[in-house]
Ligand binder design. Structure first.
Ligand SMILES: [Zn+2]
Length: 538
């Protein structure tokens, strides 16, 4: 029987300290549900305080039901010289609905001496009495030992006395925190092992690390290997400075590589989706290189790799991407041959015979020679396959477009675009303004075809990259535009190449919308099924 490790997510509290992080109360509830369906055991929601936003969050959460998760409220040990049951913040915790309270307290003698100027014995009393009070109010309590590893290096005996005070106060778990992220794996491993054996079986040990030394995940993993049984972290590693330990990386390592039991197989298969969903709610673009869940995590380039993968995936992959809900990505480049193209087409649900695959390869080579690159433009590549198999039907027929950029005396720049297109036999003329020609064209185009294809309204352009090829030609050089678009579930790339930057952008834009309408994307439109049916081309 595999040993269990509890997942403790602090995205909504520590994660919100990250640069640019701010979520509404409703968004926090959505994140909590995403964490719950992933199988997270404890969700730290924040401080229950009289601040209206926090109050509203706890009021909402109290009425939500979760399958696997318990909500934890966060607070500090009592103030010095005040009885625990008279401490306002502790009383708020006691009155809050959350069944679990996590209290953070001092462990580092240097902090007591220099920062808080609290007597070391008073600090021990603060820890024990605060926890005991919450226990007496029926709460399960976790003690977060702030700066534990620094404290342990400075004065191991006192750091351990702090943990014992928490155990005496009734903690079910004492979590060792590397608050400033200073520690390295061997330090965390040794200290954790010592704590686990010193405290004995009566209390579980947890780990909370930060990534300041690039060791957030490694430190969490070694602590588990040395006996910790609860791991704190955030989704995608959000958090102040360099971030918290990334639970999205820790979870599959514990479960798939070390054999611990954290969540069910089905829940683990939701990891990629959950990671991207939380990114979307937090308005962060997903990191393509993120371990396990990134778009590039299982991307293969080059004939030999691809041939190996097709024969036996273990040759070039450290695990099966499906276990974490990710997909294998076969990159298209001049290095690859027919095999890659066929494998990629099959993945997309298209059967390509040898002759068609050879045509696609030739076409890719020809286009790459002109400056195209399909590795980041999977959407354009999918369309190219469709064109070669003859079942491509454009979204619209272009009559003309024009874009006007006008710089005025007062310094303002005004952009306007007009397009004339035909959609299903009808002529549309649309004019739109934008903050640049591409934006104006995008708006005009969507307004013209959005009625016929409502799924297009779900698609957002999330990234726009321009690269000048052959820079020696100056303004006569060729421009390559890469666009990333997303419908909230899936992200794809498209490409345009031209001597004219607006023309290149237009081509990429049309491909990105066109690729967004491919059946497998239109299927997961957020709109009601009936609308999607109409939106899909015959
Ligand atoms: Zn922290």
């Amino acid at each position: 029987m595999a040993e269990q490790v509890l997942l403790y997510d602090t995205t909504l509290r520590d994660g919100m300290q990250g640069e640019g992080m701010s979520l509404s109360v409703e968004e926090k509830v959505r994140v909590a549900h995403a964490l719950d369906s992933l199988g997270v055991h404890l969700i730290e929601a924040g401080f229950p305080s009289s601040n209206p936003k926090e109050e509203a969050l706890f009021a909402l959460l109290a009425n939500e039901s979760f399958d696997s998760a318990d909500v934890a409220a966060f607070g500090m040990t009592r103030r010095r010289g005040v009885a625990a049951d008279q401490d306002e913040a502790l009383r708020l915790l006691a009155d809050c609905f959350a069944p679990v309270c996590t209290l953070v307290g001092k462990t580092w003698a240097l902090h007591l001496e220099k920062v808080t100027k609290v007597d070391p014995d008073e600090n021990l009393a603060m820890i024990e009495e605060s926890l005991a009070f919450l226990r007496s109010q029926g709460k399960r309590v976790i003690y977060d030992a702030e700066h534990f590893f620094d404290g342990y290096r400075h004065d191991p005996e006192y750091a351990l006395r702090c943990l014992r005070a928490a155990v005496d106060g009734g903690a079910e778990n004492v979590t060792l925190c590397d608050t400033n992220g200073s520690s390295l794996p061997n330090q965390v491993a040794d200290a954790t092992e010592h704590v686990v054996s010193a405290l004995g079986a009566g209390v579980a040990v947890g780990i909370h690390t930060h990534d300041d030394a690039g060791c957030g995940v490694a430190n969490s993993i070694v602590a588990i290997e040395r006996g910790a049984r609860l791991v704190q972290g955030t989704m995608n590693g959000y958090g102040e400075r360099c971030g918290n330990a990334n639970l999205v990386t820790i979870l599959p390592a514990l479960q798939l590589k070390l054999g611990y039991e954290c969540v069910s197989e089905d829940q683990l298969a939701r990891l990629t989706e959950t990671s991207h969903l939380v990114d979307e709610i937090c308005n962060v673009s997903p990191d393509g290189n993120q371990p396990y869940v990134g778009k590039n995590a299982f991307a293969h380039k080059g004939g030999m790799h691809v041939a190996g993968i097709v024969r036996d995936a273990r040759t070039f992959e450290h695990m099966d991407p499906a276990a974490v809900g990710n997909d294998r990505e076969l990159l298209i480049s001049e290095l690859s041959g027919k095999g890659t193209v066929q494998a990629r087409a099959k993945q997309r649900g298209v059967q390509l015979d040898e002759a068609a695959a050879a045509r696609v390869v030739d076409r890719v080579k020809e286009l790459e020679h002109r400056g195209f690159q399909f590795e980041a433009a999977d959407g354009s590549f999918d369309l190219l396959i469709k064109k070669e198999t003859g079942d491509y039907e454009p979204l619209f027929r272009l009559e003309s477009w024009r874009a006007i950029v006008e710089k005025r005396e007062d310094g303002r720049v005004v952009t306007e675009a007009t397009i004339k297109i035909w959609v299903e036999g009808e002529r549309y003329i649309r004019t739109a303004e934008g903050n640049g020609p591409v934006n104006a064209l995008d708006r005009a185009l969507r307004s013209a075809i959005g009625e016929t294809y409502p799924h297009l309204r779900d698609i957002e352009l999330v990234n726009f990259k321009v690269r000048i090829l052959d820079e020696t030609k100056g303004t006569g050089a060729i421009t390559r535009v890469l666009l990333d678009a997303s419908d909230g579930t899936d992200t794809w790339g498209s490409i345009g190449v031209s001597e004219n930057i607006i023309e290149a952008s237009w081509d990429a834009l049309v491909d990105s919308l066109d690729a967004g309408m491919l059946p497998r994307r239109a299927e997961h439109s957020r709109r009601p099924a009936a609308t999607v049916e109409r939106a899909r081309r015959p």
